[in-house]
Design a protein around this ligand. Structure first.
Ligand SMILES: C[S@@+](CC[C@H](N)C(=O)[O-])C[C@H]1O[C@@H](n2cnc3c(N)ncnc32)[C@H](O)[C@@H]1O
Length: 387
């Protein structure tokens, strides 16, 4: 990061304390005894051109931490309408930059069933373009506990039962893939996490422990009781995915960044890479995203959210992907917990800003790859190039 005079300001890794991206958007801002000494609106500039900096990196880190803690408190007290003011947005972008530059990123297993309804609707529309009885090759990367995979299978199979869905579900963790493949979840809360016997529960592959792993909110919080009846066989406290939704899914342990993935899976009509690239440092996320794109058939579609928007925009522009405008805003705004995390958490999602000249590419979550953008004659979809 450059300071006003062009000197490089370096900070040690730091993040605001938060309870994770999948947990209802609660943000916990740490407090410090000397917070009152700093104005929340003045970011201290530390001149590192001095060959013997007088301020140690520990102090710099602390100052930044205090600034962000204070700023976070002020931000949280702004009303939703004040947050939409240009000056608030600009301040939010400044905080977001600081948070991302200094974040301690880590992966989470947390997820939700029917997490983003607009995303599922987009998938339905794409499936709808397939001829009757056609094969539909799709891969979900970073599938975690399987909620996203089963939700997408449900969306496609409900709309187009005639399609031969060939779905690969991949995660880097073998134990979470094993849990996802079983497709059995606990409907109770997250009491298992508080269990004194957590290690024993983990070893046993305990349903309750795994369901609530990394979650502060239930995996089922976005699902209606009718939808639970449609997707699950409920037995007491446990919900098992119905057999018709399990069909055609191949579960695999694999790394989305592995260049050998395409040889193992083959080219796909749709690839989904959601909500895990933001937990990587930007250079790693960028090369992983480029590798993921190699899985998509020419003319196929890539769903990619939960990634730093600068990283996604850069790769999309450089690779000449066509941002799909159909439902773009709805998808961007379709996951409330991630929107609520901005700007105080690195995984938070910047609000949609139609005034940005690059808005069409920056806020698209679905891209058509490998073929020039087309104006779809179908009402269901209309890709227009954002560039
Ligand atoms: C927050 S969960 C995302 C779950 C799901 N995609 C969703 O949107 O609800 C992140 C998942 O990414 C997986 N993951 C992290 N790095 C990965 C990689 N390089 N390849 C495949 N999976 C990865 C983690 O193991 C974890 O299960």
């Amino acid at each position: 990061m450059m300071n006003k005079s062009g000197g490089v300001v370096e900070f040690e890794p730091l993040s605001l304390a938060s309870d994770g991206p999948e947990q209802g958007g609660h943000v916990v801002v740490e407090t410090f005894p000397c917070e009152e000494e700093l104005s929340p609106f003045s970011m201290p500039i530390i001149d590192t051109r001095d060959p013997k900096p007088r301020v140690s990196s520990r102090i710099r880190r602390r100052i930044l931490h205090v600034y962000l803690a204070q700023a976070g408190r002020v931000w949280k007290n702004l009303s939703p309408s004040v947050r939409t003011w240009s000056v608030s947005r600009a301040w939010g972008r400044h905080l977001d930059r600081l948070v991302r530059l200094n974040a301690d990123r880590k992966q989470y297993f947390a997820t939700f069933f029917l997490r983003n309804r607009a995303e599922l609707e987009m998938l339905r529309r794409l499936a709808d373009r397939k001829p009757h009885g056609a094969r539909f090759d799709m891969t979900v990367l970073a599938c975690s506990k399987g909620a996203e995979v089963y939700s997408m299978a449900w969306a496609i199979r409900s709309a187009r039962p005639d399609l031969r869905l060939n779905l690969h579900a991949v995660d880097i963790s073998q134990e979470i893939v094993d849990f996802a493949a079983r497709g059995v979840y606990s409907l109770s809360g997250s009491d298992a996490m508080a269990s004194e016997n957590e290690e024993a529960a983990k070893r046993k592959g305990d349903v309750s422990w795994n369901t609530s792993r990394d979650q502060n909110a239930s995996m089922f919080e976005r699902v209606s009781s009718q939808e639970i009846d449609a997707m699950f066989e409920v037995n007491g406290n446990q919900a098992a995915i119905k057999p018709w939704l399990r069909q055609g899914i191949t579960w695999m342990c694999g790394d989305a960044g592995d260049p050998g993935l395409v040889a193992g899976i083959g080219l796909q009509d749709v690839v989904v890479a959601n909500r895990f690239l933001c937990h990587m440092e930007p250079p790693g996320a960028q090369s992983c995203l480029r590798n993921i794109a190699r899985l998509v058939k020419p003319g196929g579609y890539l769903f990619v959210t939960g990634i730093d928007l600068d990283v996604r925009t850069k790769v999309a522009v450089e690779e000449a992907w066509s941002p799909v405008q159909d439902l773009a805003r709805e998808i961007h705004e379709g996951d409330t917990s991630i929107l609520a995390g901005w700007p105080l958490n690195y995984w938070g999602l910047e609000p949609f800003d139609e005034r940005r000249p690059d808005a069409q590419v920056r806020y698209a979550s679905v891209f058509r790859l490998g073929e020039p953008a087309v104006q779809s004659p179908e009402p269901a979809g209309s890709e227009r190039s954002g560039r």
